[in-house]
Design a protein around this ligand. Structure first.
Ligand code: M6R
Length: 366
């Protein structure tokens, strides 16, 4: 049942190219110039009337929502707030009839996410669910559903569900942009062309698993480490940090690179590993100046960047490069080495990769 892999998590990491293809599937037109989402029960008029969007989810799905916020705001220019469901439901969120609420849940059964959905519906908002389980509670109660076709996810640590949520968000953002006219057909086509290349690009990262394994074995000797990044790189840093904590039990923190000097820099000392995500090209220089700050305090830095970048190798101790894609889609690639890092670190420490202590796959109680 693990199809020759030692763990479900590794199998699911390797299923990502297929999950990307299946989630895009018939939602892209044959010409590759437009997105079609007939499952969306919103008319063009209703979409034009949306004044704000709330994205609500827990854990990894919340991290997908942080990337989703960036995608929607950049492509469709609608203001988006992303919230953890257990916070959202108790803070009397301002939900009006022109608010679209997007709930994201792999299982579709997470108690807090379901409660947030009900709160949104009570206030008259249209609720769109992004879920991996067709008949789940979230899918049944939402007004519209975009299914992520990742297939069953068994490992407690979410991998292919997260990346399929990123694909769902890119489809949805492009659909909004098309409807609202906020992007040209050329720009939409360029993003779609890049999306279609993602599965093969993920394959090429997976083929370099040994590089990550060697680095993970080093990391496994440490008690603390840091992830830094800006923009969507920061959102991916949060996900990389959660994955590592969840299954390797190594403490890590993810920081927006520019925030370090407001406190966390005090924790950087000789030999501390820092994983710097410098994938966003437009923010590259800024992130590199933060890398210099940690290196000056003795940190050992692994830089994650895009292929062909000449500056990154000069600034860090080690580099892992991912294939090039358009800025907003980089999370669908940059998270993959971080998933492998968590996997191999957990393996090196002899932990139960698929069933980490204290955790359940689906959190159906508050
Ligand atoms: O099923 P859901 O997507 O609603 O689950 C949300 C979180 O419990 C889940 O993503 C959790 O954070 C993962 N175990 C992280 O790998």
């Amino acid at each position: 049942e693990k199809a020759g892999f030692d763990h479900f998590m590794l199998k699911e990491i390797h299923e990502q190219p297929k999950a990307y293809r299946d989630t895009m599937g018939a939602r892209l037109n044959d010409e590759g110039t437009a997105v079609q989402l007939p499952e969306l029960k919103l008319t063009a008029e209703q979409i034009k009337g949306i004044s704000r969007i709330h994205i609500v989810a827990c854990g990894t799905a919340y991290h997908a929502g942080l990337v989703g916020k960036n995608m929607i705001e950049q492509l469709a220019r609608i203001p988006v707030e992303t919230d953890v469901a257990s916070e959202y439901r108790y803070r009397s969120p301002i939900i009006t009839k022109d608010t679209l609420v997007i709930v994201v849940s792999q299982s579709g059964e997470t108690a807090d996410t379901l409660a947030a959905l009900r709160e949104a519906k009570r206030n008259g908002a249209h609720v769109l669910a992004i879920t991996n389980v067709v008949g789940s509670s979230v899918a049944r109660e939402a007004d519209s559903v975009i299914v992520t076709w990742a297939g069953p996810e068994i490992a407690v640590a979410s991998t292919k569900a997260y990346t399929s949520q990123l694909i769902a968000f890119s489809l949805f953002s492009l659909f909004l942009a098309q409807t609202l006219g906020t992007q040209t057909t050329e720009a939409i086509t360029e993003t779609i062309t890049a999306m279609k290349q993602l599965p093969e690009q993920v394959e090429s990262i997976l083929a370099r698993g040994d590089e990550i394994k060697a680095y993970a074995e080093e990391i496994a000797k440490h008690k603390d480490l840091f992830f830094i990044g800006r923009g969507v790189d920061y959102a991916v840093a949060l996900e990389g940090s959660l994955k590592l904590k969840e299954i390797s039990y190594i403490h890590s923190e993810a920081y927006p690179a520019g925030e370090l000097k407001h406190g966390t820099l005090a924790l950087i000392e000789e030999g501390v590993p820092v994983i710097a995500l410098a994938v966003q090209e437009d923010l590259f220089e800024k992130t590199v100046s933060n890398v210099k700050e940690v290196k000056a305090r003795g940190a050992h830095v692994l830089g994650l960047g895009q292929e062909g970048h000449e500056e990154l190798p000069k600034a860090v101790d080690q580099v892992f490069s991912i294939p090039r894609t358009v800025s907003l889609l980089t999370p669908a690639l940059s998270v993959v080495p971080l998933q492998l890092l968590a996997y191999y670190a957990s393996l090196a420490l002899g932990h139960d990769v698929d069933k980490p202590r204290n955790l359940a796959k689906s959190v159906t109680v508050e």
